[in-house]
Write a protein that binds this ligand. Sequence first.
Ligand code: GTP
Ligand code: MG
Length: 197
Amino acid sequence: MMEINKVLYHGSFLHPSDAKNKSLPEFGFIGRSNTGKSSLINMLTGHKVAKTSATPGKTQTLNYFKINDAFFLVDLPGYGYAKASKAVLKKIDHVIESYLNHGSLLRCLFILMDSRHPFTPKDEDLIIESVKNKLPISLIFTKIDKLNQSELHKLNNIIDSWCAMVFTEKPNIFFTSTVKQKGRKELLEFMEFLLKE
Ligand SMILES: Nc1nc2c(ncn2[C@@H]2O[C@H](COP(=O)(O)OP(=O)(O)OP(=O)(O)O)[C@@H](O)[C@H]2O)c(=O)[nH]1
Ligand SMILES: [Mg+2]
């Protein structure tokens, strides 16, 4: 399995084209505020490089982390944080939009959803828009440590029926927990596979 042995903070930007010297493949992490995007990046890299917080709205820029001098992980701001000010919400929407329209060297857009609250209307909009724009997406269900067996079973049924409605080809799906260190191996193997293509 690919190991991450070098992690460099490359910078924080409001627009992807503001990031210089970034002609490497990249993986984006997007999702509602507080789903655990930054925490997951820290689990994957094994370093506390991305700032996390129990309060939603922590990440407000595109934060680029250069891994092994070979690719970037991009931590995106979360959408749908109702309590943020209008100005902050507008800024965040703008940053996300600019990222989605940039295309570039995106190998996979990981769409994160909290396992306890999957497929909110905003998630559905994002997924449908991404499919329409032919972005390579995968779904990540975070915080699975919060679910018991029957809730996990229910989640799987929801995923199956939702995917059957929306996709002709089911996307790759991952379940993660930063508390229990779950999903790291699967995600790193998947990224390694995409980098070799
Ligand atoms: N139980 C549990 N808590 C988690 C997990 N991942 C993240 N959290 C917690 O969820 C909260 C939000 O985590 P962040 O990683 O900051 O979430 P984010 O998606 O980056 O949030 P924004 O930057 O605000 O969009 C923090 O309190 C984390 O400790 C997980 O797998 N399990
Ligand atoms: Mg964050």
